[in-house]
Design a protein around this ligand. Sequence first.
Ligand SMILES: [Zn+2]
Length: 106
Amino acid sequence: MRQNTTVDIIAKLLQNTTVDIITECILWDLTLNEKGYGQVRYKGKLRMAHKVYYELLIGPIGNGLQLDHTCEIKRCINPFHLQQVTNQRNVALYYMRKRARERESI
Ligand SMILES: [Zn+2]
């Protein structure tokens, strides 16, 4: 039986996600980790789903870089909603968006 091949992982993506037709977020329907990111077993390792699909569909993540969800939805695995950023930029974006949300809610 084949296991954890690229074909299997793409099949998993198609079978276990829900697409939000308004935002185009591809929402992971299986297990989430304690921080709310999708989890998937790939090549024998439990990994964050958005990273696995980004690497498969776009390419490798640069050394020392992280993936930022431009849509701010942790469950989203749409690689076009992800951008590679430094940790410093990721933290800055987090606080920038948080402040923007707080301003909107006043
Ligand atoms: Zn998204």
